[in-house]
Design a protein around this ligand. Structure first.
Ligand code: DOR
Ligand code: ZN
Length: 350
C-alpha cells in the first residue's frame, strides 16, 4: 500500500511502459533522466533504421546500458519493430533469450519513423499468432493512416477497422493500445474481457487540442496521436485515477531538438522524462486520487506484462513549486522540456 500524508507519498518505484530513448548523443543525454526515477521502461524501436531483429534489439540494449550512469540498475525492456518481413522464429528466439519483452506495431506512415511499418495487417497474422502462442505482447500505435480520415478521428477508426478484426482473429494475443487519447479507446478497453490494456501518457492527461492551437501554434504540445477535445482528456484522467488494472503509464517521452520541432513540417513528440512524476503527482493530487498513483505508475503495468512490481520505492514530497530547466542540452542541440502550464508542487526525493 502506498504511504500517503498531505505532503509525502511513498510508492513502489515506477516503470515507464512506452519510452523513446533515441540513440547516440541524444540517448546519452536523456536516458539518465528516466533512469533516475524509473526501474524499467519499454523502449521504442523507431530508430533510423528501425530495430527489426532480435540481434538489433540486443545491440541497442547494450548501447542504452552503456549510456547509463555507473551503478544504475535501470533495465531497458526491448521491443522489435514489426514489419511485413518480420521472421516469427527470430522474435520467438529473442523472447526466449530474454532480449525482447514486446513487439511494436506501427501502421506504415502513422508517425515518426514509421515508414517500415505494416500496410497489410493480414500479412503479419502468422507473426501475431506465434506471439499469442508464446505470450509475447504487442504494443500498438492505434491510428489509421487513411488520408480520408480526419486526424482527430484516426484512433477511434483504428479500433473499428484494425483492432477489432485483429482481436477477433488472434484472441489470445496480449495487446497494449498505446498512448490512448480518446474516450472511445478508454471505453473499448474497459469493455474488453481479456488480453487488452492501454497506456496513457503524462501529457495527454494535461493538454487538450486547444493547448496546441489556440492563441498561437505550440509545436512543443504537438505529438501523435494528437491531443483531442477536453472531454477526451477528462476520460483519460478518469481512467488513470480509477485504479483499473488495465490502464497504466507509458510516458511516450519523445525528445526532438528544438530545431526539428520548429521546422515547417515539425516533428511530433513531447519530452516529459525530466518532470513526468511531478506532473503526474499534481494531476492525481488535484483529482483527489493520490492513493491511485501507485497503481498507475508501478503496479498495473507489471501485472499486465506478467512481471513482478519493483521491490524498492520512491518518495514524492510536496512543497513550494518546483521548477525544471526549460530545456535540456544534448549533443544534437537543445530539447524543450514539457511545460504543464501550471505550478508543480511534488518532487521526487533524492
Ligand atoms: O508524438 C510522437 N512521437 N508519437 C509517436 O508515435 C512517435 C514519437 C516519436 O518517436 O517522436
Ligand atoms: Zn511513442
Amino acid at each position: 500500500m502506498p504511504k500517503i500524508s498531505p505532503d509525502r507519498l511513498t510508492i513502489r518505484r515506477p516503470d515507464d511502459w512506452h519510452l523513446h530513448l533515441r540513440d547516440g548523443a541524444m540517448m546519452h543525454a536523456v536516458a539518465p533522466m528516466t533512469a533516475a526515477h524509473f526501474a524499467r521502461a519499454i523502449i521504442m524501436p523507431n530508430l533510423v533504421p528501425p530495430v527489426v531483429t532480435g540481434a538489433q534489439a540486443g545491440a541497442y540494449r547494450d548501447r542504452i546500458m552503456a549510456a547509463l550512469p555507473d551503478g544504475s540498475t535501470f533495465r531497458p525492456l526491448m521491443t522489435c519493430y514489426l514489419t511485413e518481413n518480420t521472421d516469427p522464429d527470430d522474435l520467438a528466439q529473442a523472447h526466449a533469450d530474454g532480449i525482447i519483452t514486446a513487439v511494436k506495431l506501427y501502421p506504415a506512415g502513422a508517425t515518426t519513423n514509421s515508414a517500415s511499418g505494416v500496410k497489410d495487417f493480414d500479412k503479419v497474422r502468422p507473426v501475431l499468432e506465434r506471439m499469442a502462442d508464446i505470450g509475447l505482447p504487442l504494443c500498438v500505435h492505434g491510428e489509421v493512416t487513411d488520408p480520408e480520415v480526419d486526424i482527430f478521428d484516426r484512433e477511434a477508426v483504428f479500433i473499428d477497422r484494425v483492432l477489432k478484426p485483429i482481436r477477433k482473429k488472434v484472441p489470445d494475443l496480449k495487446i497494449i493500445m498505446e498512448h490512448v487519447t480518446t474516450e472511445n479507446a478508454v471505453d473499448y478497453v474497459r469493455d474488453s474481457r481479456a488480453n487488452l490494456a492501454a497506456t496513457i501518457t503524462t501529457h495527454h492527461l494535461i493538454i487538450n487540442r486547444n493547448h496546441i492551437l489556440a492563441g498561437g501554434i505550440k509545436p512543443h504540445y504537438y505529438c501523435l496521436p494528437v491531443a483531442k477535445r477536453e472531454k477526451h482528456r477528462i476520460a483519460l484522467v478518469a481512467a488513470a485515477i480509477s485504479g483499473d488494472k488495465r490502464f497504466f503509464l507509458g510516458t511516450d517521452s519523445a525528445p526532438h531538438t528544438d530545431a526539428n520541432k520548429f521546422l515547417p513540417c515539425g516533428c511530433a513528440g513531447c519530452f516529459t522524462a525530466p518532470n513526468t512524476l511531478s506532473c503526474l503527482a499534481e494531476v492525481f493530487d488535484v483529482a483527489g486520487a493520490l492513493d491511485k498513483l501507485e497503481n498507475f505508475t508501478s503496479l498495473a503495468g507489471p501485472r499486465f506484462y506478467g512481471l513482478a512490481p519493483n521491490e524498492d520505492t520512491i518518495t514524492l514530497t510536496r512543497g513550494a513549486p518546483v521548477t525544471y530547466p526549460a530545456q535540456v542540452e544534448t549533443g544534437d542541440g537543445p530539447v524543450t522540456v514539457f511545460d504543464p502550464g501550471f505550478p508543480l508542487h511534488w518532487s521526487v526525493e533524492a
